[in-house]
Design a binder for this molecule. Structure first.
Ligand code: 5AD
Ligand code: FES
Length: 334
């Protein structure tokens, strides 16, 4: 059985382990920890992708500023509130507002949106995922009623970070944002892609060590998937098994973390999300965005669920969760 202490050698061994029986041991150990903390519960969060405009230019991301081929959209306040209404009717207790770094949604507009959702849904959790902002903005969003914030660190090594991002971005700043969010009172989600271009096992080890240091409440992990109109369009997609091993190792290092079985997992393999749950993940984030704009939130190619209505995703995911022996938990699950 795989047990602490998790030395660098042990972690590197499992990061690189490709033998099926070793992965199976790792997944079983992660499941045992997950069972101890969470039983068979899998938390449902409603994802609202409200803008695909982005000022940023990450080399891997399909909604990067320099992608001139993508049709851009923004949801207005009424659209967003309509999504929330539909989500609440479907039983969701968490709304995740995700978008590019869109200057249109300045602090004032974000506060207006958060305030309106908070007023209409006093007991729901509001999660933001809108990238890097200043500490004062994070504090103002929190004061307006936001509770959680997802900001993947993407990679915890400076040299690797520079290979994935344009020169004006820095890992130092990204980490500062994560600490600012924590200090502002949010439950914070960090995370990274597996199999991103130029990634080495040592980088993934650093990702795990950074998670131990930051102690985020949530960790998003998914395979890199190429998007044809980006500089990384020609690189191969990350391997499902590596993602699963990283989920499992994260579960062992942060036993009570909330770890989503991401859409990217489901995109690289038809049962990728279910396998994520079986490797230590305990959250799913079905899409609640309007069908009309969904295909435009094109972080990567062949993204799943772009033809499905909100209710379809909700019940599809519930069936998938159940078929793997888990229970759908619609509570806030903080
Ligand atoms: N493949 C996989 N994940 C991606 N993301 C962005 N682009 C891609 C891609 N091509 C992830 C990033 C980001 C999150 C919203 O989506 O990790 O933080
Ligand atoms: Fe969207 Fe299955 S979760 S169709």
């Amino acid at each position: 059985m795989i047990k602490p202490p998790f030395t660098d050698d042990v972690l590197l061994h499992y990061i690189s382990a490709s033998a099926a029986d070793e992965s199976a041991d790792l997944f079983a150990a992660a499941r045992e920890v997950q069972e101890k903390y969470y039983g068979k519960r899998v938390y449902f969060r409603a994802l609202i992708e409200f803008t695909n405009y982005c000022e940023n230019d990450c080399y891997y991301c399909g909604i990067r500023k320099s992608n001139g081929k993508l049709k851009r959209y923004r949801l207005c306040m009424d659209d967003i509130l309509e999504c929330c209404r539909e989500g609440a009717a479907l039983g969701y207790k968490t709304f995740v507002l995700q978008g590019g770094e869109d200057p249109y949604f300045n602090d004032e507009r974000m506060i207006e949106i958060i305030t309106a959702i908070r007023r209409a849904y006093p007991d729901h959790a509001i999660t933001l995922s809108i990238g890097e902002r200043g500490r004062a903005s994070y504090e103002a969003f929190f004061a307006a009623g936001a509770n959680r914030y997802l900001l993947r660190h993407e990679t915890a090594c400076d040299d690797h970070y520079r290979k994935l991002h344009p020169p004006r971005m820095s890992l130092t700043e990204r980490k500062q944002c994560l600490y600012d969010l924590k200090n502002a009172g949010y439950q914070v989600g960090a995370g990274f892609m597996t199999g991103s271009p130029f990634q080495k096992p040592e980088h993934l080890l650093a990702d795990l060590r950074f998670l131990e240091e930051l102690q985020p409440q949530m960790v998003g992990i998914g395979p890199f998937i190429p998007q044809a109109d980006t500089p990384f369009g020609g690189f191969p997609a990350g391997d499902l098994e590596l993602s699963l091993r990283m989920i499992a190792l994260t579960r062992l290092l942060l036993p009570d973390a909330l770890i989503p079985a991401t859409t990217a997992l489901g995109t690289v393999s038809p049962q990728g999300r279910e396998r994520g749950l079986a490797a230590g993940a305990n959250v799913v984030m079905p899409n609640l965005s309007p069908k009309s704009t969904r295909r435009l939130y094109a972080l990567y190619d062949n993204k799943i669920c772009i033809e499905d209505a909100a209710a379809e995703c909700r019940f599809c995911m519930e069936n998938r969760v159940r078929s793997f022996g888990f229970e759908a938990d619609m509570s806030r699950g903080s």
